[in-house]
Design a protein around this ligand. Structure first.
Ligand SMILES: [Zn+2]
Length: 199
């Protein structure tokens, strides 16, 4: 059965290993999730770095590993950094909201109430995506962005629909890295099972 998410879960990397301005990379996530936790791939579907650039991680066809009990229903979008220590950068806000908007269109997610911070899921004790990330503000700004898109004149809107599938600013190097992970672990049942030990 294809993965048909109805929610988007927002995270920050929130590692304590580097200084507070550290801009988490896909390679870091790979190190933690695959090398150290033994998962089949990075748990999130995307990483939004401090410069606003969006990096794909786990392929969208596959269920992620990022909110215990909810992975089969939620996409995982992670932001670099630590949201208890530093707020998202303005570029991260911009790139992240654009990504969320495109994912909402792609998966026909009906409204911004389906975009949740990790801490807003039931029985989650963490602060993720961080005390300095106001999820009401995320939803309000995303809502504004969606309205702006839909309010475009007819011609522009159809052009805009094209871009929904084609315009994500992604880093092809990361696509390659994540694709390799996918292939090398596909055949191993034990690694896949371990993958359920998400956060
Ligand atoms: Zn989280």
């Amino acid at each position: 059965m294809a993965f048909e998410p109805e929610l988007i879960a927002v995270h920050t990397a929130a590692h304590g290993r580097y200084d507070k301005d550290y801009d988490t990379t896909v390679q870091d996530l790979y190190q933690w999730h695959v090398k150290e936790n033994g998962w089949s791939d990075v748990g999130y579907h995307f990483l939004v770095r401090k410069g606003g650039d969006v990096h794909p991680c786990r392929p969208l066809e596959r269920v992620g590993a990022h909110v215990r009990g909810w992975n089969s229903r939620a996409l995982g979008v992670c932001f670099s950094g630590h949201g208890d220590i530093k707020p998202w950068t303005p570029e991260q806000w911009e790139g992240g909201l654009e990504l969320l908007r495109e994912l909402m269109f792609k998966f026909e997610i009906p409204d911004v109430e389906h975009v949740k911070g990790h801490r807003e899921f039931p029985r989650v004790a963490k602060s993720c995506p961080g005390k300095l990330v106001d999820m009401e503000e995320v939803r309000a700004r995303l809502h504004k962005l969606l309205i702006k898109t839909v309010a475009l004149p007819e011609d522009n809107f159809s052009q805009n629909k094209e871009s929904i599938h084609g315009s994500l600013r992604i880093n092809s190097l990361d696509v390659r890295a994540c694709g390799r992970v996918e292939r090398t672990t596909q055949s191993s049942g034990s690694v896949r099972a371990k993958d359920r030990n998400d956060e």
